[in-house]
Design a protein around this ligand. Structure first.
Ligand SMILES: [Zn+2]
Length: 318
């Protein structure tokens, strides 16, 4: 696992994703501490259905610098069953069959993500902690992440671990596809830009049968288009510096750019893959927008192109 604490490019690293090294540990000197951390968690929105937000108003990420590592069963983590499925180590507090559909699906997601994004497969473990009991999950989250709002699932990256925490509930498959995608991607591209990190996770959270078409995002963005309140802007997406800035619009647009890049032309798919390969080597590589302008021409109108792409995905009226 790369040590991210040494990264100093604060302007390009979202505040919640990359913490600077701590000046003075305040817990036991023998306890490993979180020095860098990324959190993505799931928020159930009101009218708009579910979206994924990575921060909540009033939540102070700085408090996470006090969290001791590693987590263990003694911290209230599930430990009844442990299943190893490829890169995944799944810990549950209830019986879970190794051949459970969700386990197999998450395992095959690894190859999907790797293939479509042109990324190598990593052997770095991604730990999934699945709670059957919501109260125990809430208690764990409250204890380990003080001030952290209670959510269905979240992903945490530290210097040394990639972990997903989730409650086993109706939407567990979608939640785990989203958060596990973060795990697979961060195992090989820890400095992936915030907007693309979420765009990719939104893309892969869907069942394979949906072919990456996120019906909720299509409906949301097409509504915005009708209102005249959505103008796609990749530069604006790339400028997002903190997960706390992300709205539902941002998640939907991030998904839309990702879908457009992966599903319109082989050249665009290749451009995305090459970009990720370069980000792996150098987090400061030229942004995707600059590469697009180079390959598609300086005069290309990407906003119009993306809107047209979205329109092509709107299902015909019944
Ligand atoms: Zn996410």
């Amino acid at each position: 696992m790369p040590v991210l604490a040494g990264l100093t490019a604060a302007t390009s690293i979202p505040a919640l994703k990359r913490h600077p090294p701590m000046p003075t540990p305040t817990l036991s000197q023998s306890s490993p501490l979180v020095t860098t951390l990324l959190v993505c968690f799931i928020l159930c929105g009101a009218a708009a259905g579910c979206a994924h937000l990575a921060a909540a108003p009033g939540w102070n990420a700085a408090t996470l610098q006090q969290v001791p590592l590693p987590w263990s069963a003694a911290d209230g983590l599930p430990s009844r069953t442990e299943i190893v499925a490829g890169q995944l180590v799944i810990h549950t507090d209830f019986p879970l069959a190794e051949q459970h559909r969700i386990v197999r699906e998450l395992e095959s997601l690894r190859a999907d993500v790797s293939q479509q994004l042109g990324l190598p497969i990593s052997d770095e473990p991604v730990h999934l902690y699945l709670f059957e009991n919501k109260q125990r999950y809430d208690d764990f989250a409250a204890r380990q992440f003080p001030g952290f709002p209670s959510r269905r699932a979240f992903f945490v990256e530290t210097d040394t671990t990639l972990s997903v925490f989730a409650v086993w509930q109706d939407r567990i498959a979608e939640d785990l596809r989203h958060e596990t995608t973060h795990g697979y991607v961060h195992a090989v591209v820890p400095t992936i830009p915030l907007w693309l990190d979420e765009g990719v996770a939104e893309y892969f959270e869907l069942p394979r049968s949906e072919h990456g078409i996120h019906a909720a995002h299509v409906a949301h963005l097409s509504g915005r288009m009708l209102e005249g309140t959505w103008r796609p802007d990749l530069d604006r997406m790339e400028a997002l510096a903190s997960a706390g800035e992300l709205s539902q619009d941002h998640y939907a647009e991030a998904w839309c750019w990702t879908h457009w890049l992966l599903n319109t032309t082989p050249q665009r798919r290749r451009l995305l893959q090459d970009y990720l390969t370069d980000v792996r080597r150098d987090g400061q590589t030229a942004p995707l927008s600059a590469r697009l302008r180079h390959t598609e021409g300086l005069g290309a109108d990407f906003a119009t192109t993306l809107r047209a792409h979205l329109e092509s995905l709107i299902p015909p009226p019944k």
